[in-house]
Design a protein around this ligand. Sequence first.
Ligand code: GUN
Length: 294
Amino acid sequence: MAQILDGKALAKRIREDLKKEIDGYLKKGMRNPSLVVILVGDDPASKVYVENKRKACKEVGINSLVFNLPAETTQEELLNLIKKFNEDDDIDGILVQLPLPSHINTQKVIQAISPEKDVDGFHPLNMGKLATGMDGAIIPCTPLGIWIMLKHYKIPTFKRDVVVVGASNIVGKPMALLFLRKEEAPVSVCHINTKNLKNYTKTADILIVAVGKPNLITPDMVKEGVVVIDVGINRTEDGKLVGDVDFEGIKEKAQAITPVPGGVGPMTVASLLLNTVSIYRMKHGFTPHPLTDI
Ligand code: GUN
């Protein structure tokens, strides 16, 4: 039976530590860290994610300004809002929830966010720093959360065969880059045009799946002793949340596995808080937060 990698418990500990840290700054007379979150339109899943982010900020003492903009918001209006917060010294982080409505150019919006305030790490400057191994990259929240979880639960990563399924800019690509950096481990990245997925997944010591398809990974596709990180969040017809992995089947074969819910999701939110506090620390002349400095 696999070890269950409890992201919910670890995220709670991180939030408790952050709260203490922020209380310490306030006692010294410093202001609260601050995060702007912008949601355009009313995608139900995005609304839930944004609400989770707002609650988590409140719990630890990060001031969050949440903007729920109507779906008809123009690109220019959104860019103007971002510009305003780029120039506001009291704002540490800016996050625009994705996906955006189709009339808005996502690339333009990502590039409009000041790289220093890019808590998501999606700006090409941050992605480029991550890809080239340069210092100071802000690491996207889901890969950062997975990395922190692997390290916390003492899962060895050096020289392990890593397979990432899903090549999105939000998860798959930056996740692969984290393993490539410093030649930590070889990585195979699979995506929609991978001819025989099982050929790859069978080789994995660490399998990270971020696709959004329930039961994409079945027990016959993994080897005995694999570590499985399930990034998927899918809602079944009866309203249950499930990942991309056949959890019940695979937990019999795996060495360790993340549950859905309670695995990667809470760690993504914790990483957003960490990135925000890290930016705040650097702005005040301190080192980045140690958990983001990987
Ligand atoms: N949509 C899904 N995941 C994310 C994320 O990590 N950040 C943003 N901004 N949007 C998302």
